[in-house]
Design a protein around this ligand. Structure first.
Ligand code: GLN
Length: 190
């Protein structure tokens, strides 16, 4: 599979590496042509306010929204989760998202940069050691949303149809189970 990684800001290189480790061909996406050449898309961690502004100025905001509406598989980690959320608490004024997952996320819910932490959580029934960095959590979940992991009594991994979002960063550890879940359970099923 050709897997696009939105490469405007944030830790896209780590998602590029995770994608090739899973045996797929990563493509850094900065243009609509690159977006149209891939079978799935990953939105990296980083700063959601910056990524959405850059997406708009690179002419990618509406094309990505259209792809999402058409059922295209998209996975977002951390800032990527915020970008896939339909609603945000503690966003900056007028902060836009691509949307698609019927959730409300709270930005920086676990605290500031210094409150970042590593933790063992359960993902899809298996233990996973992972990293939370100025992470959001999910505060409201719509009826079509499946919760795959929780931490601090809030969902931190959710799926709605072909969209997957995690508050944490599996791209920063060696465990590829979240990427494999996205490729094998979501992309291939489509
Ligand atoms: N707090 C960041 C934001 O609002 C997300 C942090 C991250 O991706 N590690 O975009």
């Amino acid at each position: 599979m050709k897997v696009g990684v939105l490469a405007l800001q944030g830790d896209f290189r780590e998602h590029v590496l995770s994608t090739s480790e899973c045996g797929h061909e990563p493509v850094e996406v900065r243009t609509v042509d690159q977006l149209n050449s891939v079978d799935a898309l990953i939105l990296p961690g980083g700063e959601s306010t910056t990524i959405i502004k850059l997406a708009e100025s690179f002419g990618l905001l509406l094309p990505i929204r259209e792809k999402i509406k058409s059922g295209f598989p998209v996975y977002g980690s951390c800032a990527g989760m915020i970008l896939l959320a339909d609603r945000i608490f503690d966003g900056i004024d007028g902060q836009q998202t691509f949307g698609g997952i019927d959730i409300t996320v709270r930005r920086n819910a676990f605290g500031r940069q210094v409150d970042s932490f590593e933790s063992d959580i359960e993902f899809n029934g298996k233990s996973l050691h992972t990293v939370f960095i100025r992470a959001p959590w999910v505060e409201e979940v719509g009826p079509g949303v499946e919760v795959l992991s929780s931490a601090a009594h809030h969902p931190v991994a959710v799926r709605q149809g072909s969209l997957l979002a995690t508050s944490f960063h599996p791209e920063l550890t060696g465990d590829r189970s979240v990427h494999s879940y996205f490729f094998d359970e979501i992309c291939k099923a489509r």
